[in-house]
Design a protein around this ligand. Sequence first.
Ligand SMILES: Nc1ncnc2c1ncn2[C@@H]1O[C@H](COP(=O)(O)OP(=O)(O)OP(=O)(O)O)[C@@H](O)[C@H]1O
Length: 325
Amino acid sequence: MTEAMIRTEGLTRHFTVKKQTVEAVRGLDLEVRAGELVALLGPNGAGKSTTLRMLTTLLAPTAGTARVAGRDVTTDPRGVRHRIGYVGQGNGAAHSQRGRDELISQGRAYGLDRAAARDRAAELIASLDLEAVADRTVSSLSGGQRRRLDIAMGLIHAPDLLFLDEPSTGLDPQNRAALAGHITALRERHATTVVLTTHYLDEADQLAERVIVIDHGRVIADDTPERLKAEHAGDRIVLTFDHERDAARAAGERLGVLGDARIEQSGSRVVIEADGGARLVPKLLRGLDDADITVAAVEVARPTLDDVFLNLTGRSLREASKEGK
Ligand SMILES: Nc1ncnc2c1ncn2[C@@H]1O[C@H](COP(=O)(O)OP(=O)(O)OP(=O)(O)O)[C@@H](O)[C@H]1O
């Protein structure tokens, strides 16, 4: 069996702030296999960046061990650094340089000769769609272009493993979607293992094959987005009635056909949380029809990762993020 790309045991980091101990990361046991695209998802202050900074050797663990790309972060940090790429939060190239030159210098810093650095820069410029802007100074690039340049910098030495800390924070939805497309394409082309952090739920959902949910420095769930949603949250059927009394009757009488599904009425709406929502709808509508209750609208909403987080912690990820700030 090949060695895991990342393996941590009891990885822990404490900070001391005004004589108080902050347990940023508390005993993380992680395994990431070669080729995976993993998102660490959690609210502000959950410990995602601290984890990434330990895995990339920027921060020493307080306790525990981590092997990254076959090297130990504590005993061989240089070995780790040579095998990984890291794009931090809003790091970025020197602003007065042209993007292409930045990439070439970065390649040289990693030991490529000039010709190899130039070729590699050209390849990344093409695959990250930077041709039109590579010869402009970095300071003149848009947020999305600069973020793509940052990613190219992290990939210059063709690492097997790339860490991206909140790659799309601050980008508009269109640029976020484009960046997600580039990350997926890079992975398909080079089989790079990618570990990224995000607090965009839809991004984790669409981009990652595996989502590790972190809260208060611990892993609270770890699975594919589909399985997380299937296991921790049901579909939601939203029924809207013309009158509140119809909603009350529907909630009170007829919806018993749904067994133990969670039913909530608010005003003229009834929300039912149940697995396989779409399949239940015909039965539900027949039951309501039999009872002479007229439904104005019916809608089936698939669960989101926010519902998963809510069911696991009792807090919405959006609310939890605000409280962590
Ligand atoms: N250098 C530091 N000194 C003191 N406390 C720190 C330091 N770095 C992080 N922390 C604390 O550790 C906890 C985890 O922070 P971390 O940045 O890892 O969270 P995060 O999940 O990456 O959040 P965000 O989404 O806001 O980046 C927080 O309580 C934070 O205040």
